[in-house]
Design a protein around this ligand. Structure first.
Ligand SMILES: [Zn+2]
Length: 450
């Protein structure tokens, strides 16, 4: 089906590391010639990047912080090489779905696109999909192109299987092409998928509506999610809903995706860890605060290094996740290449509310873990819209499910962060609209900072 020097990744740790050494040596040579940002950075540091020819030597170069990339994304794009111009033709651009006002572009060239197809086929293979799968793509069409919707379609092409796209999202001007959720529900029923791909909360919405109208998806055996954390409560809810409409057992297959990779790390079976589907293309490292690799099994900051790319290229780039990595072959499937055996969350996002430092991730986790909450959003604002000097207020908006108790939610939040919130019940549309963005807006800070 496809060919790679690393085959199906059932190779020894040494074989894979030695392949990655060679790939890195080629990559750093190209970077020394063609990468505006790293050429300038390393010459300032007196570092010869082309001399970094092994994974061991890579440890001696500094990490790349997120802000470094976000502040000058164009400088991370390789300049075309005269000897192989075709490899540098821009194929597509995606944007990170961050919260900043100007999303960061990530360039894929013709060469990179082939790599992405390989990674997508591997992901499918690791998850247990095949060319007999029928995918329903429930990712939205976003204002800025995003990898989720695009790569689902590309994955089906590379795998040789069928796909139907839901096409939720926001229309522009007179181009009315998106579908409402009710139409997407009909389309999903009609396409009789084996796999639903999307953001967990939107898949849950579609499944709930199918169940409510007595519809069946008899062949559904996989729910492939990414885009937002799939908590245990969410996994349980998705499994229960899916198994109510399917005639066969359903697996919820989570993925740790990153726009900088244009693929996701996936599990071969629940609990086996998130496998790097393409160690030919990128290296995973878990680092301490000095940029040194932590010992295997210890928690470190996840960094990615592109090993074979021509568009946007990043070295030791910190994604902001805390992880444990192993490079040993998987006990379950035998694949190597590195996998994340534990994800310990994002590096915390903090803000001050009424003078108290609050860990917003901890607050969101309380809401995400509550089975009685379907959707949630927090807003930090001033008590009075007209008085900028009034006190900060925290409002928690929830779409209630069965047994939802807003008073209890308020108490739980107050106990955790020492601030009593206002808890409001809202509808799903108030948070999501027509599934217009990939991620729901979970945090709104509308305090006036001027
Ligand atoms: Zn495995």
């Amino acid at each position: 089906m496809y060919k790679s020097p690393l085959g199906d990744l059932r190779k020894s740790v040494d074989e894979i590391a030695s392949y990655q050494d060679q790939a890195l040596a080629k990559m750093t040579k190209l970077i020394a010639q063609n990468h505006p940002h790293y050429k300038a950075k390393y010459s300032q540091l007196g570092l010869d990047i082309a001399s970094i020819t092994t994974l061991a030597k890579l440890e001696s170069i500094p990490v790349t912080e997120k802000m470094e990339f976000v502040n000058s994304p164009e400088n991370f794009r390789m300049q075309s090489a005269i000897d192989a111009p075709d490899e540098y033709v821009i194929w597509d651009i995606v944007y990170t779905a961050g919260t900043s006002s100007s999303p960061t572009p990530i360039y894929q060239t013709s060469y990179d696109f082939r790599g992405i197809l390989l990674a997508q086929v591997r992901m499918a293979e690791i998850r247990g999909m095949s060319n007999k799968s029928r995918i329903m793509n429930l990712y939205p069409i976003t204002a800025h192109p995003h990898g989720a919707w695009l790569r689902a379609n590309n994955a089906a092409a590379a795998l040789g299987c069928a796909i139907t796209a839901g096409m939720s999202g926001r229309d522009f001007g007179s181009f009315e092409l998106t579908r409402k959720t009710a139409e997407i529900v009909e389309l999903t029923l009609q396409s009789n998928p084996t796999a639903l791909w999307g953001v967990p909360s939107y898949i849950r919405e579609v499944l709930s509506q199918i169940l409510a109208k007595g519809g069946k998806l008899p062949a559904l055996d996989m729910i492939a999610v990414s885009g937002e954390p799939c908590t245990q409560a969410m996994r349980a809810s998705l499994t229960e809903l899916a198994e109510s409409v399917s005639d066969v057992p359903v697996v919820v297959s989570d993925s740790l995706g990153a726009s900088e990779l244009q693929c996701g790390l996936v599990e071969c079976t629940l609990g086996a860890g998130f496998h790097n589907p393409a160690p030919e293309l990128f290296l995973l490292e878990a680092l301490d605060e000095n940029g040194k690799r932590v010992s295997e099994g210890e928690i470190g900051s996840l960094a990615i290094t592109h090993l074979d790319r021509r568009g946007t290229v990043l070295l030791r780039y910190l994604l902001g996740d805390k992880v444990q990595i192993t490079y040993e072959n998987c006990d379950n499937c035998g694949r190597g290449g590195g996998r994340i055996v534990a994800h310990k969350g994002r590096e915390g996002r903090f803000t001050k509310i009424r003078g108290n430092m609050v860990n917003l991730d901890e607050l969101l986790k309380i809401l995400a873990d509550d089975k009685a909450i379907v959707e949630y959003q927090i807003e930090i604002h001033k008590q009075s819209k007209t008085d900028p000097l009034s006190l900060d207020e925290l409002t928690v908006r929830v779409v209630p499910g069965a047994g939802c108790d807003t008073a209890a939610i308020g108490k739980r939040v107050a106990a955790a962060i020492r601030i009593t919130p206002v808890v409001q019940e809202v509808t799903r549309d108030q948070i999501w609209g027509n599934n217009t963005s990939l991620k729901a807006t979970r945090i709104i800070d509308s305090r006036d900072y001027n």
